[in-house]
Design a protein around this ligand. Sequence first.
Ligand SMILES: Cc1cc2nc3c(=O)[nH]c(=O)nc-3n(C[C@H](O)[C@H](O)[C@H](O)COP(=O)(O)O)c2cc1C
Length: 222
Amino acid sequence: MKDILSCMLVTTLICCVAAAQAQSDLTIRLPAASTDGKMPLEKVMSQRRSVRRYANRQISLSQSSQLLWAAQGITDVSRGLRTAPSAGALYPLEIYLVAARIDSLQAGLYRYRPLTHDLILVQPGDILSRLSEGLQGWVVEASAIIVISAVYSRTAVKYGDRAARYVHIEVGHVAQNILLQATALELASGVIGAFDDQEMRSLLGLPEKEDVLYVIPVGYMP
Ligand SMILES: Cc1cc2nc3c(=O)[nH]c(=O)nc-3n(C[C@H](O)[C@H](O)[C@H](O)COP(=O)(O)O)c2cc1C
């Protein structure tokens, strides 16, 4: 009996330590995403617009979670399939969150991990102001920015020269999911394709193998 009790105590302690680690400074567990929305898809599509002004207001962690899930969330756990299609299910895209005004989330750059639906802190600080200098000035008003980058080699392994085409098609799928999800959450969003690739990579401190393809500021309507 004593042995069973000690075994239970050890197991509980291990679980507590694991939970504490998962909530450590570097990993932020996200609230579960919802698969139910208030707005019908047709209404969402009719209301999506590129917005370049935002209210000085925080978005919530759960809205951020929903946007990231729309980008690359897992929708078939057993096969690891995601919200957006991907050639050969090779998933060449990486999703980053630049947090500026997000409730209960320290400002900084985070990488989204679809499999665990969490965020890894890449670098803390006011990345948004830094980005606004390399991008268009209006992004400084956004509450957050979603950055989509690509690792072309993941797709090239199977598709060779056709990989670039597939990766560019995929970024369109993912971006539209984010924009429609933002609209459904009654948030404003815009898109930016005009930037210097090398400057964006170094501003975000990304490795050489990753190319930033698209930048999506989000926030509340002014
Ligand atoms: C590939 C692509 C790149 C874009 N790049 C920018 C950009 O750098 N800056 C910007 O303000 N808008 C950018 N836009 C947004 C377009 O200006 C916008 O979609 C267009 O004016 C139509 O307006 P709507 O999105 O509200 O329907 C881009 C759109 C696409 C599809």
